[in-house]
Design a protein around this ligand. Sequence first.
Ligand code: UN1
Length: 505
Amino acid sequence: MDMTKAPATAPPRTVALRQFIGGQWEEGTGPLLASTNPALDGEVVAAGAQATADDVDRAMAAARAAARGWAQTPMHERGAVLLRAAACIDANARDWGLELAREEGKTLAEGIGEVSRAAQILRYFGNEGDRPAGEVFSSPRRGERILVTRKPLGVIGVVTPFNFPIAIPAWKIAPALVFGNTVVWKPASTVPLLAMRLAEALQDAGLPDGALNLLIGPGALGTRIVEHPDLDGLTFTGSTGVGRELSRKAAGRGVPVQAEMGGKNAAIVLADADLDLAVEQVVFGAFRSTGQKCTATSRLILTEPIADEFLGRLLARLKDWRVGDPTDPTVHMGPLVSGSAAGGIRTGIRTALSQGAQLVYGGAEAGRDDGAAMPAGDSFLAPTVLEVPEGPASAANTAWRDEFFGPVLTVRRAADAQEAFRLANESDFGLSCALFTQDITRVLSAMDDLDVGILHVNSESAGADPHVPFGGAKKSGFGPKEQGGAAKEFFTHTTTVYLTGGIPG
Ligand code: UN1
């Protein structure tokens, strides 16, 4: 049959999942695993057998065996592999972006954008060989110089979340590799196909066998990696609970850890803000990727003079925010990653309401009774806005305090900028914050007063460029920051060299 004549409506075929160990793609020997499309009940995107504890051991051995040769490969050659992989990823951005939208549920535009972003990250680190590789200090002794050189840690465990199935792995694996480490990677089992795509790109780009190993399977594989005696470093992004548990285990064995965990990021709108800009950016920050970003805007602090006006404009904007199949280009927001993720958020919304929050828009039952604007299916939630009135219990309201990791925005009102900053800091987390104002004096105080790792002035709380540090303050992260020059801090250790040729004549 001529496949080019197959009807355009034919469902895409299910991709066979494989493990990548020591440069070989192989079938797993564990139980079956299938990634499914959260927008279309029952559509299997990829399926295959999971990896086992034994596969972790083989992957660690392969990574160890490859470590010395890769570390001795010149940085420019290591970078060239990343640059070739970036070109391959760019060439496949549309196809893989579509696979990403089907497997994870973000819109096609965001899926393609994320794949291109992975390529951009690989390009940034691919050029690392052109950047300074250490420091030179003066010596108090005649005829001596003191150099600080950098070396890879060795074998790095990489554990990544579902919400950026190719960009987050890229921003961990690219620096790990370019600085000369080898990698054993366990992605979230909900998004294994995109993990395979990244590994394929690196393999096709000429990465030596064993430098990257990919294990698809349950969380227990991550624990096995962390407990493995050959592990030299662990980089993790995901939930606070899992991050703390893995960090505790790694740190207890003297293994350096970098963990990027929760966020409860505020957008603050001051009285002088450009409201049209602020509404647009708050909607993007809160509801793009269905709110499933650690940098998503989940708290909105409105100063009194503009609060009602802002909410009115926000609700008008949300009426046009289409929820549906993310591969439909007219849709703004896809489903949550799974029905159970959506169910947990529905419970969270109901709890928040029982604790005194007021429903402003959407809600746990939206589209269920009225049926109108919401697609059927347990994974879908409406964009939801809750308001927590000021009172002794406001700070404890679950929608204000806990990370829901979904399309829920919780509003509080502040009398002025000072109170708004105090409310923004009223969180255990401190990842990012968006501040909307045209007042430079307020911006300068915010830079000092807000306890966050990332501050956006007049732009949404999400987003991260590859050449600058990324990571949070307070309980949002543990260990060094990611990306940019900060990545070097984690993926290398230093050797201080006291260098003299003898006593100068
Ligand atoms: C972004 O804001 O574009 O897990 C990236 C997360 C973050 C990445 C956010 N580590 O959502």
